[in-house]
Design a protein around this ligand. Structure first.
Ligand SMILES: C[S@@+](CC[C@H](N)C(=O)[O-])C[C@H]1O[C@@H](n2cnc3c(N)ncnc32)[C@H](O)[C@@H]1O
Length: 199
C-alpha cells in the first residue's frame, strides 16, 4: 500500500522501521546557539512536527513554555518518555492542520525544522496560514529551511528559502534575519538557511 505523507501512518511506519534519517539525536546546534544567545526571551513556543522533541526540550531547558506537536504515535510516545522535569514540554499527538482556533494567538515563537519539507507541498500555503494564526502579533517564526534544492518528489520535499520567505510575507510576516548557519551539521552545510520572520 502506498502511504500518503498527510497520514500519520506514513510517518509511523518510518519510526517503526527505524528509518528516521532526519533525527540528529540531539538538539540542532543552530537552535542551541539561538536559545543560549539571550536575544530571544523565554515565552510560549510551538514546535510543529517535533519528532523526538530534541529541539523542543532544548528550549524548555532555557525556560520556554513549549508545546510540541506530532501526529506519529511513536514520536509522541518517545517525547512522553523523554519528558523530564528539567525540560518539561506539553505534547500534542495530533495533526498540525487540525489545531483548532483555541490555539490561535497563543505563541510568542514557532519553531520549524523539517516539518515544512515533510508536508505535501500543496499544503504550504495552509501551513503559512497556520503559522500566522498560531503566533501572537509580533511573534517570531524561527525556521531552518531545509533541504534546499531543486529535485522532484519527497519527502523530504525540497525548499527554496526565497519562496518560503515570500510565502510567509504574503501571510503577514516580515523578514528579520536570515543566514547560512556556520554551525549546521556537516551533512546539512549550505543546504539549509535560518530564516526568522516576525508576525
Ligand atoms: C522529517 S520529520 C522531522 C522531525 C523533527 N522536526 C526533527 O527534526 O527531528 C517530520 C515529522 O513531522 C511529523 N508530521 C508530518 N506531517 C505532520 C502533520 N500534518 N501533523 C503533525 N505532525 C506531522 C512526522 O510525524 C514527523 O515526525
Amino acid at each position: 500500500m502506498l502511504l500518503d505523507t498527510n497520514s500519520p501512518l506514513f510517518w509511523q511506519e518510518s519510526y517503526h522501521n527505524g528509518r528516521i534519517p532526519w533525527d540528529l539525536g540531539e538538539p540542532t546546534p543552530t537552535f542551541a546557539r539561538l536559545a543560549a544567545s539571550g536575544h530571544y526571551p523565554p515565552g510560549a513556543m510551538i514546535v510543529l512536527g517535533a519528532g523526538y522533541g530534541h529541539d523542543a526540550r532544548l528550549f524548555a531547558r532555557h525556560g520556554f513554555a513549549v508545546t510540541a506537536v506530532d501526529f506519529a504515535p511513536q514520536a509522541a510516545a518517545a517525547m512522553r518518555q523523554l519528558n523530564h522535569a528539567d525540560a518539561q514540554i506539553e505534547i500534542l499527538e495530533q495533526d498540525i492542520f487540525a489545531l483548532d482556533g483555541a490555539w490561535d494567538g497563543r505563541f510568542d515563537y514557532l519553531l520549524e525544522y523539517t516539518c515544512f519539507c515533510a508536508i505535501d507541498p500543496a499544503r504550504r500555503s495552509e501551513y503559512a496560514a497556520l503559522a500566522a494564526r498560531l503566533l501572537k502579533p509580533g511573534g517570531l517564526y524561527i525556521g531552518l529551511a531545509f533541504p534546499i534544492g531543486r529535485r522532484p518528489g519527497g519527502p523530504p520535499f525540497v525548499v527554496q528559502p526565497d519562496a518560503v520567505v515570500e510565502l510567509l510575507t504574503e501571510h503577514g510576516f516580515t523578514l528579520q534575519h536570515r543566514e547560512f548557519p556556520h554551525d549546521s551539521v556537516p551533512s546539512r552545510q549550505k543546504i539549509e538557511e535560518l530564516i526568522i520572520l516576525q508576525r
